[in-house]
Design a protein around this ligand. Sequence first.
Ligand SMILES: [Cu+2]
Length: 70
Amino acid sequence: MTTSLTLTVTGMTCGGCENAVKRALSMLEGVDAVTASHAGNSVSVTHDPAKVSVEAIQQKIEALGYHVQA
Ligand SMILES: [Cu+2]
């Protein structure tokens, strides 16, 4: 059972940033699909909450140097 989560993420400035976020999140077990928009400051993650927590997703984004807005 997957659910879709949309986060407000600041700090992405180009398509390369979007790809870095997509690549990193896709490597987490339980993440099915990721879309990112630097123009919209948004990251959407289709994931299985039983396998990966929202906190783990947020931490992965922060570890790349971008900021998840509360
Ligand atoms: Cu960039």
